[in-house]
Design a protein around this ligand. Sequence first.
Ligand code: DGY
Length: 328
Amino acid sequence: MSKPKILIARAVFPEVVARLEEYFEVESNQADETWSKAELAARLRDKAGAFTTGGDRIDAGVLAVCPGLKICANMAVGYNNFDLDAMTAAGVLATNAPDVLTETTADFGFALMMATARRITESEHYLRAGQWTKWRYDMFSGSDIHGATLGILGMGRIGQGIAKRGALGFGMKVIYHNRSRLDAALEAECQASYVSKEELLKTADHLVLVLPYSPASHHAIGAAELALMKPTATLVNIARGGIVDDAALAAALKDKRIAAAGLDVFEGEPLVHPDLLDVPNVVLTPHIASATIPTRLAMANLAADNLIAFFTGKKPLTPLNPAVLAIK
Ligand code: DGY
């Protein structure tokens, strides 16, 4: 019997490609070429499954020309590259890769917050540029992490991981805002108190964004929200570009309306708003919050597990629109 055809849309670990080749006829983009949406759609046209990453957009336009497509397995916990309604309407299963990246991403969120608050990259640039000629009592003084108020917007698994690191490791007071409040046991475990979004913005010394992107969270942090923050506060975005209005943030950083920011994700990435590149009080990283080899391998294997389970008649591990399975 012939194997189902799948497309691996981006370069991925060779051992994961080899694993998938045991089950599928695989077309893979190991050259990691940048495909236009039309090219992605053309390559998917004769495929039954797709292994995608967060940059591969699957929407009604793509689905319309891929009638044989049955499943798209994202190697990311975020899935705003999927038009889930369109996929459900077309009977295409969507899966993501949650849990396996939680602790790694929480580590990174914490690292980015510390680098931002303690001005680590800014001071390194100064040193590398040969500008360090003498020590001064106030050079690159930042703000403390220990004992400060940590604000978390979006209290899913990664937000909870950051809360625990702050409360248990650094004696921070943790406040959070989320669409729904955590139950009392989970709040106690995270040592976190629920507050309104406005109170979060006004009170946090360090605010970390970990909420999923959707039209509802577009520009959840814009000029009005930045104006509520303390001038000494820092802002970290490890969630998705588009949650922060990057132009408004660059202006707030330039005018020192907040002290500093740390950004791992950007509107329109890999392009970065030019004004952000011009301000010194921002730490910029290229969407690497989950980037350790064991974690990225676990994410890739989870996406592969979902494809294999689906085509071998088992229940995929992390379906996003399980109603599609019920229909089949
Ligand atoms: C995720 O898993 O959503 C990360 O942002 C990597 O894309």
